[in-house]
Design a protein around this ligand. Structure first.
Ligand code: 4NP
Length: 159
């Protein structure tokens, strides 16, 4: 009998109320649509714990809902044990990447860290997912556009 490999993916941003919970919800929507939901475990966390326990930013939730994506996630801070629980920790920007690198307990853990930009195919001008927290509506739309691009690549790699 064929055993299906399960890939455990943790998206990481700063506050875990905008970018990474949107990435989590976006990837979940795509894997469900593609019939691959049983092949992944998806979660998100923030390098900063100040919003822990909170729902995602209402502006991010509204922008996602307009694309048919629900975001029920409650924020939490990333922790060292996440390197045991996940195969890929995908950072939204270089600051998140460096914070994860400092948290990683060893070399094997460091090798699990990726930048979201590695999965962008159609947005070569973006080397990170810009923080929308202090931005207007367009900032949230841009985040979702970039997440759509990268999540499509991630799903391709799961096949
Ligand atoms: P996120 O956005 O990292 O995409 O969740 C932010 C959320 C909160 C803050 C910064 C960015 N903050 O400074 O509280």
């Amino acid at each position: 009998m064929e055993t299906k490999k399960i890939t455990r993916i943790l998206f990481v941003c700063l506050g875990n109320i905008c970018r990474s919970p949107a990435a989590e919800a976006m990837l979940r929507m795509v894997v469900e649509r593609e019939g691959l939901a049983d092949r992944v475990v998806i979660d998100s966390a923030g390098t900063y714990g100040g919003h822990a326990g909170e729902r995602s930013d209402v502006r991010m939730r509204r922008a996602a809902a307009a694309r048919g994506i629900e975001m029920p996630h409650l924020a939490r801070q990333v922790r060292e044990t996440d390197f045991d629980k996940f195969d890929m920790l995908i950072a939204m920007d270089d600051n998140n990447y460096e914070a994860l690198f400092r948290l990683a307990p060893d070399r094997a853990a460091q090798q699990k860290i990726y930048r979201f930009r590695e999965f962008l195919r159609h947005n070569p001008d973006w080397s990170y997912i810009p923080d929308p927290y202090y931005e207007g509506h367009e900032g949230f739309e841009l985040v979702l556009d970039l997440l759509e691009d990268g999540c499509a690549t991630i799903v391709e790699q799961l096949r």
